[in-house]
Design a protein around this ligand. Structure first.
Ligand SMILES: Nc1nc2c(ncn2[C@@H]2O[C@H](COP(=O)(O)OP(=O)(O)OP(=O)(O)O)[C@@H](O)[C@H]2O)c(=O)[nH]1
Ligand SMILES: [Mg+2]
Length: 480
């Protein structure tokens, strides 16, 4: 990959009025072109020194006064000569300055992400860091900012390298034995345990992928349960405003409502859904169908039950959501004494909950089905009241704990869908390699290890195609 020779230019600040507007040039002609706009700056300026400069038009007329910074290759963000002009943030002025630089035939406008791309091509940063730059710009919660910053500092790159280097060594050993059996004899002896260790490391990295997505996009959490359980009231309380309609009539909510909140720095999209019941009206049935689709897609479903709901009912409701994890709470807890709420009364049909109870609590596990006499007690359901706010803080904490385990968002290295996919292929290839190390030939084993290495290289950037780079840098803004 030869370094591109065109000098590129772009506004590095948003094209709106602001205190400061920055014009950035990168490439061999950066200094000369930059100095044409700021002729007062010495011919050989000190790198990384801020010069107070006058910016002029082609005829020498003064346009603005600002700062001139020069970064000499390779000690710059892109690894090339870089010049930054910091002018006042007038969009019109900045367009004038930009147009002047483009009059020079050696200069062309930068493509989205091209500065960062050059930094990557010149070996200044690896791909995980380049992508973290885009993540940071796009971050919309504190956790996303912190995670992108962790990516930027190379946290993910470090983890990838720790896997990639031994993997590459193993691949080299195996290929050595295959190609030069005499010289490399015995280098494949411990291939089995080495593959196994690498595989478990790859699996561990993969396990963090889901959390990375939570940081980047925020978590999706839906309230669901029987009609009239108090879901919308609780939703409003969690969101902090009267977003959802609340009424004593069952079936009030039809369309799912969503609201974005930030809890402990983690972005959470919260959904209020149509209460589920059998034999609803036609429109309500449409809402119920949507609720089911949504429940299958969210990261966590919060089941809001009326105080009198039994353990069997809770179990049957939990089965509504498929594989989505469920947190069960007892709503309207202000309406009943603590001893009853959450203790599960009776009733068999889930839509026909009544308080006519049989004392079954504690004998049926949450997974449903009849239990033996020694079955463990299910955990007591947390009690909340959307009306009074009781238990709502605790609910928020439980939701975060369920989403995060005990970890803090900032400790998680950001992993994108692209990384997730590459890591999945790495782990799968290593799984097949492990199998091959037991039952197959050295060729097959080495082939799988090679595939794992290639997939992993897509994360670090050691094996990455131009086409992939194009797609990646598309999502950057111009000037980055
Ligand atoms: N005492 C008490 N009443 C509540 C509480 N939450 C809701 N209610 C009442 O219960 C009724 C239903 O409340 P909603 O919040 O609309 O219940 P929902 O689960 O969204 O109902 P649907 O949308 O019809 O499924 C209303 O009359 C509320 O005032 C609560 O925490 N305590
Ligand atoms: Mg509702």
């Amino acid at each position: 990959m030869t370094p591109p020779s065109a000098t590129i230019v772009a506004l590095a600040t948003a094209p709106a009025a602001g205190a400061v507007g920055i014009l950035r040039l990168s490439g061999p002609a950066a200094l000369e072109v930059g100095r044409a706009l700021a002729p007062g700056v010495p011919q050989v300026p000190t790198p990384r020194h801020a010069y107070l400069a006058t910016f002029v038009d082609a005829a020498g007329g003064v346009l603005d006064e600002g700062l001139f910074l020069y970064f000499r290759a390779p000690q710059s963000f892109t690894g090339e000569d870089v010049v930054e002009l910091q002018a006042h943030g007038s969009p019109r002025l900045l367009r004038l300055l930009l147009a002047r630089t483009l009059e020079d035939a050696r200069v062309r406008p930068a493509l989205p992400g091209e500065f960062t791309r050059r930094a990557f091509l010149n070996g200044r940063i690896d791909l995980t860091r380049a992508e973290a730059v885009a993540d940071l710009v796009a971050a919309d919660s504190e956790a996303a900012v912190r995670a992108a910053a962790a990516g930027l500092s190379g946290a993910l790159a470090e983890r990838i390298r720790a896997l990639e280097e031994p993997l590459r060594a193993l691949h080299a050993d195996l290929e050595g034995v295959l190609n030069f059996p005499d010289e490399a004899e015995g280098a494949d002896e411990d291939a089995g345990p080495r593959v196994a260790a690498l595989r478990s490391e790859a699996d561990a990295l993969r396990a963090e992928v889901g959390r990375g997505r939570l940081v980047r996009q925020g978590a999706r959490v839906a309230l669901y349960g029987p009609v009239n359980a108090g879901k919308s009231t609780l939703f409003n309380r969690l969101v902090g405003e009267e977003r959802a309609l609340v009424d004593a009539e069952p079936g009030t909510t039809r369309d799912a409502l969503e609201a974005r909140v930030e809890w402990d720095g983690l972005g959470v999209t919260l959904y209020d859904t149509a209460g589920l019941r059998e034999a609803p009206g036609r429109v309500e049935a449409l809402g119920i169908a949507r609720t089911r689709d949504l429940l299958a897609a969210v990261d966590l479903a919060v089941l809001v039950l009326p105080p009198e709901a039994s353990v069997e009912e809770a179990a049957s409701w939990m089965r509504e959501v498929g594989a989505t994890p469920v947190l069960v709470v007892t709503g309207k807890c202000d309406a009943v004494p603590a001893t009853l709420a959450g203790a599960g009364g009776g009733g068999t049909g889930r839509a026909a909950a009544t308080a006519s109870a049989s004392p079954v609590f504690g004998t049926v596990p949450a997974t449903g089905g009849p239990a033996g006499p020694g079955a463990p007690l299910p955990p007591p359901r947390p009690r909340v009241s959307g009306l009074t706010g009781e238990g709502v803080d605790a609910l928020r904490t439980s939701v975060l704990t369920r989403l995060w385990g005990g970890g803090t968002p900032s400790a998680v290295a950001l992993v994108s869908e692209r990384h997730a996919d590459a890591l999945r292929r790495t782990a799968e290839a290593l799984g097949r390699a492990e199998e091959a190390s037991r039952v197959s030939t050295l060729e097959v084993l080495s082939g799988e290890v090679g595939l794992a290495l290639e997939a992993l290289g897509e994360v670090s950037g050691t094996s990455v195609s131009e086409a992939l780079l194009d797609t990646l840098f598309q999502r950057f803004c111009i000037g980055k």
